[in-house]
Design a protein around this ligand. Structure first.
Ligand code: FE
Ligand code: FE
Ligand code: ZN
Length: 276
C-alpha cells in the first residue's frame, strides 16, 4: 500500500525524503514552492541527485507536488491569471527536474462570475499545458465547493478537461474531505460514488487520493481537514477507502492536522487497519 503525507522541503529534497521514510511513508507530497506562492528557491542539483538515489535504494513510490494555494486560473483579473499561468509553467519545468510525477492543482475560484465562466477560464488557461508530451501531469483536485470554488462535481472536472481539447493530458486528485463536503457520500455509498466517478471521468483518471477526515458533514461545502477517525468520515469508512479494490494501487497522501508526529501515528494505524 502506498501511504504518505505532506512533507516540508524547506531543508531540501533529500531531507524531505528521509523525513518521509522516518514516518513509515513510501510516497510523499510537497509544495512546489512556498504555499503562499512567493518566488521559488533555486533547485540544488546535488540535493536532488541524492534524493533520487535514496528513492531507488528504498524503492520509494511516486512523489507528488502540490501547486501553491495562491494560483487561480479562473480569476477575472488578467494579472492574477497570468501570474498563475507563469507559476504553473515554471513549476512544471522545476518538478520535471525534481522527478515529481504529478502537480496537484486547485482548479480555481470564479469569484462571482459563475461556475460556467470559471470552467471556461480554467480550461483555456490549461490548454497551454495540454500537449500531452509533458513529463509532469497536472492533476485537478476535487474541491469541496466552499466560497466560489470550481471543480466540486465530477461533471465540472470533466468539462474543464474536455474543453482543453486534450483531456488525456490531465488527471484527478480525489480528496476525501473535499468530496464529502461537496456532497458525495463516501461513508454510506463509496461504491456508488466510485461508480459515478468512473462513469463521468473514468477511474483511470484518478491518480492520487488525499486521505483526510472532515470536520464538517456531508454536503457542508466546507473544507476543514480532521485527523483520521476524528471527523465525519470515521475509521470504518477510511478502512473501506484504503482497501477498496478500485483504489488499491493509488498513492494515499495525508493532509491531516498535527504535523509529522501525527502522520507517523496515522500511517502506522492505517497499515494495521488495512491488515485486519
Ligand atoms: Fe489541495
Ligand atoms: Fe487535498
Ligand atoms: Zn482541503
Amino acid at each position: 500500500m502506498l501511504l504518505g503525507a505532506f512533507i516540508s522541503i524547506s531543508k531540501g529534497y533529500e531531507h524531505a525524503l528521509k523525513e518521509a521514510l522516518s514516518i513509515g511513508a513510501n510516497t510523499m507530497q510537497f509544495f512546489t514552492r512556498n504555499p503562499r506562492g512567493s518566488a521559488a528557491k533555486a533547485l540544488d542539483a546535488a540535493d536532488i541527485m541524492k534524493m533520487k538515489a535514496l528513492i531507488k535504494e528504498t524503492s520509494f513510490g511516486p512523489i507528488v507536488a502540490h501547486a501553491p494555494y495562491t494560483l487561480n486560473l479562473a480569476s477575472g483579473k488578467k494579472e492574477a491569471r497570468e501570474f498563475s499561468m507563469r507559476v504553473l509553467r515554471e513549476d512544471l519545468e522545476r518538478m520535471e527536474v525534481v522527478g515529481a510525477l504529478y502537480i496537484v492543482l486547485h482548479p480555481g475560484s470564479h469569484v462571482g462570475a459563475g461556475v460556467d465562466r470559471g470552467i471556461r477560464k480554467i480550461a483555456s488557461a490549461l490548454k497551454e499545458f495540454a500537449c500531452g508530451r509533458e513529463k509532469v501531469m497536472v492533476l485537478l483536485e476535487t474541491m469541496s465547493g466552499s466560497g466560489s470554488e470550481v471543480g466540486y462535481t465530477f461533471e465540472q472536472l470533466y468539462e474543464i478537461m474536455d474543453l482543453t481539447g486534450n483531456p488525456d493530458a490531465f488527471g484527478v486528485c480525489f480528496d476525501t474531505c473535499h468530496v464529502l463536503g461537496a456532497g458525495y457520500d463516501i461513508v454510506e455509498s463509496l461504491d456508488e460514488v466510485l461508480f459515478d466517478f468512473d462513469k463521468i471521468l473514468g477511474l483511470s483518471k484518478l491518480k492520487v487520493v488525499h486521505l483526510n477526515d472532515s470536520k464538517f458533514p456531508l454536503g457542508s461545502r466546507k473544507d476543514r481537514h480532521a485527523s483520521l477517525g476524528e471527523g465525519e468520515l470515521g475509521l470504518d469508512a477510511i478502512k473501506r477507502i484504503i482497501t477498496h479494490p478500485k483504489l488499491q494501487d493509488k498513492p494515499f497522501l495525508l493532509e491531516t492536522p498535527g504535523g509529522i508526529e501525527n502522520y507517523k501515528k496515522e500511517i502506522k494505524m492505517l497499515r494495521a487497519v488495512a491488515e485486519n
